[in-house]
Design a protein around this ligand. Structure first.
Ligand SMILES: [Fe+2]
Length: 234
């Protein structure tokens, strides 16, 4: 029988608390009882695996999914996906979804009084390459209001889902932008108590990958588990 190597469990301080009273929805969602410890068996630590045939190779460019180009500031978001020992995770499926430049999602539940963009859907996916690298072309999302408390605004963010090497390591999180003045006021960003862990959710301006006259670059490396793990979304 194959030897099962479980994932390192995260330090609770480096992940969002289930209950963070400033984030109103967490009061309803947080479990009332202590979690049950589940051992990681073969089905948790392996698969699913993906090949290039399973994806749409053009889906990494969110600016060319329609007849025209979306409004907003074009950006390149790229980085690497690493495991708990810093090894690249190759051919891992990454999905992203985000608001448009005006801060509006193309979703029936988003009734924010901001325009939709007929040239922007806001969803994309890609596979990491053999060195664990990924790259998206998109537009910088706008901040948007939400009903958590009076005058609540989400900082600009992109949602990420990363499958990693197995079901137990799947990561769903949000990437933020450096210097965003809304970050100190955002209960979702601040759900993670450990400041260093929280700051791993902020991308870095990436001069190397900025394209002259075309797009600014932002780098966002993702660590699936272990001491340097990227925090999950609450
Ligand atoms: Fe969002």
């Amino acid at each position: 029988m194959a030897k099962i190597v479980p994932y390192r469990r995260p330090n609770p301080e480096t992940q969002p608390a289930y209950l963070h009273s400033a984030y109103a929805s967490s009061i309803k969602r947080a479990p009332a009882k202590s979690p049950i410890y589940l051992p990681q068996t073969l089905s948790e630590v392996t698969g699913p695996s993906f090949t290039i045939a399973a994806i749409d190779v053009k889906a990494c460019d969110l600016t060319h999914q329609h007849s025209g180009e979306p409004l907003g500031e074009r950006i390149i978001v790229s980085g690497r996906v690493l495991d708990e020992d810093g090894r690249p995770l190759q051919y891992s499926l990454i999905e992203v979804w985000q608001a448009n430049a005006a801060g509006r999602y193309l979703h029936k539940r988003d009734q924010h009084n901001a325009p939709l963009d007929p040239n922007f859907t806001g969803c994309g996916h890609t596979l990491t390459d053999a060195e664990g690298r990924y790259r998206f072309v998109t537009i910088r999302p706008g901040a948007y209001p939400w009903g958590n408390h009076h005058n609540a605004w989400r900082p600009a963010h992109m949602h990420f889902s990363v499958f990693g090497a197995g079901f137990a390591s799947r990561l769903v999180t949000q990437m933020y932008f450096p210097g965003d003045p809304l970050l100190p006021f955002d209960p979702i960003f601040n759900c993670t108590a450990d400041e260093n862990a929280r700051n791993r959710l902020i991308s870095q301006f990436d001069w190397e990958n900025t394209i002259p006259s075309e797009a600014l670059g932002f780098r966002f490396d993702i660590v699936m588990s272990g001491r340097e793990a990227t925090p999950m979304e609450t």
